[in-house]
Design a protein around this ligand. Structure first.
Ligand SMILES: [Zn+2]
Length: 373
């Protein structure tokens, strides 16, 4: 009988996490395996849950390591373009797919298997005001990386932090890396060890969280809902795919501007890409106007004009959340979950404005959001 190859193992490992909703949402997360000079890393535009061999790009680790001998320009878009071009050149002959933007980071972690995910419970920690302090207590061997620009800068910061970690820990390489406002990287030499680490992380967090999101359904005022759909269709067109949701958690969050705060911005790059950098908030005073639908359509138009992008999520005080498309809704519900989990870790800490702007203009992310619609 043939032994399973590293790539076979990687496919099984990727599907395992990709099919478990507590770990993976939509196309989120990526994985890799190393074999000699080759690293198999997830290509952009593939979902872990259904991935097969053609979802991975083979890259040369030696070539990837050479990237660190180069100096790149400070300008964000010039630098990221150049790094991307160099990364494409690190692919093995015959490879045509685009590697995940996080491939550089995968290459830096010298363990055979690397599984990078954005679970809501983990992000309660990475997006909590006291996340770093909590990691020091709950996961003392893990590495914490503060909020930095994704892509080359993130990989460079991790590279430096790992070498500092090695100096402090007798040459050891961390197996768990928490990225503020982003997610977690786990590296190990066997799939079993990866499972053991993820189980440990999730069990520890589950035993620690003070509250879990309550998504039980609630009754809604149908009359107002009709007005809202009407307004959103006037804005986005009669055949717009509009999803509505209201539940116990949202009922609390949508009470007023203050309770809304903890879901009013973006926690991680994925949230920006799929559900927009911030939801549009509409006060319930709109229902006392002569034409609530017209006013809602006008608010959507006003935001679009101001920001240059259409809102993907509209939150109406006391009524519910309305999202344009399934993905926008899924990621916004993830925002709500993360927000609830941050309550255990000092409350919500969103990405800062500079970082949100960076993601919004980042070409690589634009590419990703266009292939993963
Ligand atoms: Zn990520």
């Amino acid at each position: 009988m043939n032994e399973r190859t590293k790539l076979d193992e990687l496919i099984v490992l990727s599907r395992y996490y990709g099919n478990d909703p507590q770990y993976v949402l939509l196309g989120g997360g990526n994985t890799s395996a190393k074999e000699g000079d080759v690293m198999y890393v997830k290509a952009s535009g593939h979902a872990l849950g259904t991935i097969s061999a053609d979802g991975f790009v083979r890259m040369s680790l030696k070539k990837l390591a050479n990237i660190w001998t180069k100096t790149y320009p400070a300008d964000d878009s010039v630098r990221e373009d150049e790094v991307l071009r160099d990364m494409m050149d690190c692919r093995r002959p015959g490879e045509t797919a685009r590697p995940s933007v996080e491939a550089l980071l995968h290459a830096l972690i010298p363990y055979t298997y690397v599984v990078h995910l954005h679970p809501a419970m983990v992000n309660g920690l990475t997006c909590g005001q006291c996340g770093q302090a909590a990691v020091a207590i709950l996961f003392p061997d893990a590495l914490w990386i503060p909020l930095v620009k994704p892509g080359y800068i993130l990989a460079d910061v991790v590279r430096r932090a790992m070498s500092e970690y090695a100096t402090d820990h007798d040459g050891l390489v961390p197996k768990i890396i928490f990225l503020q406002n982003h997610g977690i990287f786990v590296g190990a030499d066997t799939p079993d060890e990866i499972h053991g680490i993820y189980e440990h992380v999730m069990k520890t967090l589950a035993g620690h969280v003070v509250r879990r999101p309550n998504f039980s359904e609630v009754t809604i005022k149908m009359n107002d809902i009709g007005q809202i759909f009407d307004g959103l269709r006037r804005f986005a067109g009669a055949d717009a795919d509009i999803r509505m949701v209201m539940n116990v958690e949202l009922q609390t969050k949508l009470q007023d501007k203050e309770t809304f705060y903890s879901i009013s911005s973006a926690f991680t790059p994925d949230h920006i890409v799929y559900s927009g950098f911030k939801p549009l908030w509409i006060e319930d005073s709109v229902f006392s106007l002569a034409d609530p639908a017209g006013e809602i359509a006008r608010s959507c138009g006003e935001l679009t004009e101001k920001e240059g992008v259409r809102p993907k999520v509209v939150c109406v005080q006391g009524r519910g959340v309305f999202a344009f498309g399934e993905n926008a809704l899924a990621l916004f519900l993830d925002t709500v979950k993360v927000s609830v989990f941050t309550e255990t870790f000092g409350g919500a800490r969103f990405m800062d404005d500079a970082m949100i702007d960076f993601i919004r203009t980042w070409e690589v992310e634009k590419y990703r959001s266009s292939v993963l619609k």
